[in-house]
Write a protein that binds this ligand. Structure first.
Ligand code: 3HC
Ligand code: NAI
Length: 708
């Protein structure tokens, strides 16, 4: 396929006195350079042709126009710019109508706002979602939307990045009319002809005065204060408010100039690079060899084994997606608890007024609890979430092998166990896969799809299909201790423990990690999850520790805390104090005394670490283990590591993930840091072979994202 040309992506045809201008640039009619040139040429032609009395802008396919072509950002700009194209549309002396039947987003909506009239069909969705990409609407959106819908509503739309339905857009004043149906061309022509018959005037959005400017400015001040608090660390939201202030205070052309300047600042920001990387990575992550090679198996019914924390959460997720679910537990008491765990989630929604009793009853009608595996004879897909114990899981899979129909997909939610060994407990390892959900499973987006050696490709494809149905973000992972996420977590958690023993307090470490953009630091996370969980794992693993092992340096602070029964939030005390069930912890002098005592025991003289030094070690540990995970083929590409951390570990999305962070930090510098840390602790700090190779070749992690 050749590069798109202006003629191929924007076509014009005269229907009576109307010039129909169709944007046809699949998949979403993004406004790449050829589309911009095509639109500019079409507007010039419409202006010049006396036979044309009006113009209709329409999108081919599912979208009107989904916005600027995101792939062009960061590359040299090619004329005409989108603001110039929008200007040409608005300047046209013949009425221009835009008909919106699908996505009219970002630059796509800005094109529509430059038209003189807007018609929507029911499937239209309108929005200015640039904020999600670290940007602001840069083609007049910040100046025109407030003129049509009011400053406050427009700002809220831009800050939220939300899409409005056709109905909501009509109510907000963004469109003039809503008609039923799905034939955009016919509806658009009918509306355009109606306007021509009525001799409707050219009506330019830029000429509209913003309603109640002083009230608008006061509203914007309130929004500014709220936004500064809410979007800690994000660059573009406050710039959006500045643009709207300009729209209220300045003449249109000066407002446009202000918008352009601030748009270019956003375009240059690393946050834009991080957020756009995240956008594409989330779309690439589903492109895995098995899903390309095989079609998913059909599945209509789901069974969950175990009704504890995870089993109940996964059940809710499957019920929410409309599936009938059978839950199996060990005995009558456990299944009653399992059902109660599920019901509690819906009762919570009812209590908050987010669900009716009838809706809850309808959902629960699709739930069946049982203690008999024989009830699974006809089920299509089973997800096991029993205790994390290989022998227990093997016994469950033997039972599943006995009762399930041929072709049923058998999945385990194990966090760490060897899925090859679990599969080997059955006579059908080709049907066994890992589906690693995160807690709470009905809320967390990440789903690691763990691919054991003998699973068949169509089972992997089925897992990706399930993720789509459950609205999860799937990441393909290989079998190893902890898969992608928990394996890397173990390493940077260890780096945090070493920092603590070497001189940084847990509170300084958490503050540095929050300052980087995580919602919580590692010690806060421990307190939230419950210190006892990690303690049990550490006790199990203690026996296996050998001298010379990188894990030989063992920090005992957390054990000392657990020995006192301080398991975090649920016990009111952990690394932090939680007086009277407070969710935000307070530093605890007794914990600091424990840390001091442990340092003294090991003969460590505490050093000072700045927040920057803390983060250099924390991130180096994360990115280096990420490189190992890619090197070993546990993750297909660096982007799979990035998506894992953004979707499941609270990594700040605007930094694009740990591997994107490493690329932006610079791989030669990262390697130099690790080599310097290795001088102090060569067992722990070992540069990944992949990192060494990329530095030698002068490449970055992103170079591996495009090779599959
Ligand atoms: N530019 C380039 N490619 C885009 C794109 C865009 N604006 N929007 C979507 N795509 C690509 C996707 O990467 C994907 O490519 P792939 O098939 O190779 O993976 C393909 O189009 C289909 O996208 P989705 O998988 O997301 O399809 P959906 O049907 O699920 O969703 C959508 C469609 C709602 C339009 C969604 O793609 C979307 O939200 N797109 C981004 C919209 C956006 O943010 N627009 C603002 C851009 S910034 C801007 O306009 C700046 C301006 O103010 C100057
Ligand atoms: P849990 O202890 O809350 O629940 C386990 C449930 O399994 C209990 O209700 C128990 O009665 C039931 N069970 C045990 N043996 C059974 C059997 N033979 N048949 C039927 N039911 C049986 O445990 P949790 O936290 O839900 O963990 C379950 C699995 O999910 C484990 O493998 C764990 O590693 C994994 N996991 C846990 C996460 C978490 O944050 N809790 C996150 C991701 C995975």
């Amino acid at each position: 396929m050749g590069a798109p040309t202006p003629d191929s992506v924007v076509t014009t045809a005269r229907v009576g006195a109307i010039l129909v201008v169709t944007v046809n640039n699949p998949p979403v009619n993004a406004l790449g350079v050829a589309v911009r040139q095509g639109l500019a040429a079409a507007m010039a032609a419409a202006q010049a042709d006396d036979a044309v009395a009006g113009v209709l802008l329409v999108g081919a396919g599912k979208a009107f126009i989904a916005g600027a072509d995101i792939r062009e950002f960061g590359k040299p700009a090619m004329p005409p710019s989108l603001p110039e194209v929008c200007r040409a549309i608005e300047d046209c002396t013949k009425p221009v109508v835009a008909v919106l039947h699908g996505a009219a987003l970002g630059g796509g909506l800005e094109v529509a706002l430059s038209a003189h009239y807007r018609l929507a069909l029911p499937a239209a969705k309108l929005g200015l979602p640039e904020v999600s990409l670290g940007l602001l609407p840069g083609s007049g959106g910040t100046q025109r939307a407030p003129r049509l819908m009011g400053a406050r509503a427009a700002t809220e739309l831009m800050l939220s990045g939300k899409h409005l339905s056709a109905k909501a857009a009509l109510a907000a004043g963004l469109v003039d009319k809503l008609v039923e149906g799905d034939d955009a061309l016919a509806a658009g022509l009918a509306y355009a002809n109606e306007l021509l018959d009525q001799k409707a005037p050219v009506r330019r959005t830029r000429d509209i005065a913003i309603a109640e400017p002083s009230a608008a400015l006061a509203d914007l001040e309130v929004l500014k204060a709220e936004t500064a608090k809410k979007t800690r660390g994000l660059f573009s939201p406050l710039k959006i408010i500045e643009c709207v202030q300009a729209a209220v205070q300045l003449p249109f052309d000066e407002g446009m100039a202000r918008e352009r300047a601030l748009f270019l600042e956003c375009l240059d920001s690393p946050q834009r690079a991080g957020l756009i990387h995240a956008f594409f990575a989330e779309r690439e992550v589903v492109k895995v060899p098995e899903a390309k090679a095989a079609a998913p198996r059909a599945f209509a019914t789901i069974a969950i084994i175990g009704g504890g924390t995870m089993g109940a959460g996964i059940t809710v997720s499957a019920l929410d997606a409309g599936y009938p679910v059978t839950m199996i537990e060990r005995d009558a008491e456990s299944i009653a608890r399992g059902r109660a765990n599920v019901e509690k989630v819906y009762s919570g929604l009812v209590a908050k007024g987010r669900m009716t009793e009838e809706a809850k009853a309808a959902v629960m009608a699709r739930y069946t609890g049982s203690t008999s595996y024989d009830d699974l004879a006809n089920v299509d897909l089973v997800i096991e979430a029993v205790f994390e114990d290989l022998e227990v899981k093997k016994a469950v899979f033997k039972e599943l092998d006995r009762v399930c129909q041929p072709g049923a997909v058998l999945a385990t939610n194990t966090s760490y166990l060897d899925i090859d060994a679990i599969a080997a407990a059955t006579r059908r390892p080709q049907d066994v896969i890992g589906l690693h959900f995160f807690s709470p499973a009905n809320i967390m987006k990440l789903l690691e799809i763990v691919v054991p050696a003998n699973v068949s490709a169509d089972v992997v494809a089925t897992a990706f299909e399930l993720a789509k149905k459950l609205k999860k973000v799937p990441v393909r992972a290989g079998v190893c201790d902890g898969f992608i996420g928990n394996r890397i977590l173990a390493v940077y958690k260890q780096a945090a423990d070493y920092l603590m023993e070497d001189g940084a307090s847990p509170y300084e470490i958490d503050a540095a990690v929050r300052g980087f953009g995580f919602a919580m630091g590692p010690f806060q996370v421990t307190d939230l999850a419950g210190g006892d969980i990690g303690w049990a794992t550490r006790k199990r693993r203690a026996a296996a520790r050998k001298p010379g092992d990188p894990k030989a340096r063992y920090v005992e602070v957390a054990d000392r805390i657990c020995e006192r029964g301080w398991f975090g939030q649920k016990t009111g005390r952990g690394f932090y104090l939680y007086p009277e069930g407070a969710r935000l912890g307070q530093p605890d002098p007794e914990v600091l005394a424990i840390v001091d005592a442990e340092r003294a025991k090991k003969g460590v003289t505490p050093r000072q670490f700045t927040a920057d030094e803390i983060m250099r070690r924390y991130m180096a540990a994360m990115a280096n283990e990420g490189a190992n995970v890619v090197h070993e083929g546990i993750a297909l590409r660096p982007l799979d590591v990035d998506v894992t951390f953004i979707s499941g570990y609270g990594f700040p999305r605007y930094r694009g993930g740990p591997m994107k962070w490493a690329d932006m930090y610079g791989l030669p510098q990262l390697l130099a840091d690790i080599e310097a840390f290795a001088k102090e602790d060569p067992l722990f700090w070992k540069p990944s072979p992949l990192l060494i190779r990329l530095v030698q070749e002068g490449k970055n992690f992103d170079s591996l994202n495009h090779s599959a």
